[in-house]
Design a protein around this ligand. Structure first.
Ligand SMILES: [Zn+2]
Length: 315
């Protein structure tokens, strides 16, 4: 069959209304189906999987490269997506200035915890999938011109849960800040204490809080940054102890979930309950800073607060 005759056949076939009864010639059926399949494939090629992300708030399709460039913030409605700890550190500190601490520290399964899967197998799976050792990265870096002890949590590792490694790494970070006379900045995102480590997780609340108390005794500032979501044991310890507490827009922040509170108090919860905006109105946090402005805001806050520290130390 020549090209011209094929084209003509296709045009003829397309002009024929859809057959109600099965057609007599099977070859014609294949001609009817082929163009449809081809058009479907080309449409898929226009939107390849894994390159676009749909905004859960405004449903806009966002090109992944642009989403990465905007620090995972929707260009249309400013919805803040979850961002990895490494990406966040890269966005905050000056190039090559970050010295990571305790990078190899890993949790052990003290309680021999077994639920649907063992804790050990969960840890292995999360390490493999995220490339992280645990739910926080800590180190000393330069933000603007100020050296600071920086801890950044990562929700992708077991829901940012605080186990003995998260608690120990943050405590060592705060102690390093105290020893070197540096401010501490901790960016939190967490579902709370890690149930797989039982009491050992809860002990981290007291340990990190005590380390912050020693840090504060040296008149050194601590800035807590709350991102979506920051809840339970983390919110009940170091996340709410900042000299300055700032949050990202729309972040869910609280101790217990809204359903538990509603059942306990037997009262209707107000609109926007446990959002960063609600907490700012009620005085629990000091400021809401969009992700794009976080670095410049931290530079300003740290400069101002460290000037106060130097004045107090000189007096
Ligand atoms: Zn959006």
């Amino acid at each position: 069959m020549t090209k011209t005759s094929l084209t003509r056949t296709l045009q003829d076939v397309e002009a024929v209304p859809a057959a109600v009864t099965p057609p007599d010639h099977p070859t014609e059926t294949s001609f009817i189906k082929k163009p449809k399949l081809a058009s479907g494939k080309s449409r898929k090629r226009d939107i390849p999987e894994g390159l676009w992300t749909k905004c859960p708030k405004c449903a806009t399709m966002l090109y992944d490269k642009e989403l990465d460039a905007s620090l995972k913030v929707c260009a249309k409605c400013y919805h803040h997506f979850a961002i990895g700890s490494r990406e966040r550190i890269n966005a905050l500190v000056e190039t090559c200035s970050f010295e990571e601490m305790d990078a190899g520290m890993t949790s052990v399964d003290v309680l021999k915890f077994t639920g649907v899967a063992t804790y050990t197998s969960k840890l292995e799976a999360y390490r493999k999938n995220t490339g992280l050792k645990d739910a926080v990265i800590t180190g000393i870096g330069t933000i603007g011109t100020q050296r600071a002890a920086l801890g950044v949590m990562d929700f992708s590792f077991l829901g940012g849960s605080m186990g003995s490694v998260v608690g120990e790494k943050l405590t060592r970070l705060i102690e390093a800040g105290t020893d070197r006379g540096l401010p501490v900045v901790i960016i939190s995102t967490s579902g709370g204490a890690r149930m797989y480590e039982g009491m050992f997780s809860l002990m981290q609340m007291a340990k990190t809080s005590a380390a912050l108390a020693y840090h504060a005794r040296n008149k050194l500032p601590y800035i807590s940054v709350l991102t979506h979501p920051t809840t339970a044991g983390v919110m009940a310890s170091y996340a709410s102890l900042g000299d300055l507490i700032i949050a990202e827009p729309g972040a869910m922040i609280g101790f217990a979930g809204p359903r538990v509170i509603k059942d306990t108090t037997q009262a209707e919860l107000p609109a926007g309950f446990q959002t960063a905006e609600f907490l700012l109105d009620h005085g629990l946090i000091d400021a809401i800073v969009p992700r794009a402005d976080l670095k410049s805001a931290l530079c300003g806050y740290l400069e101002c607060m460290m000037a106060g520290t130097r004045r107090q130390q000189a007096a």
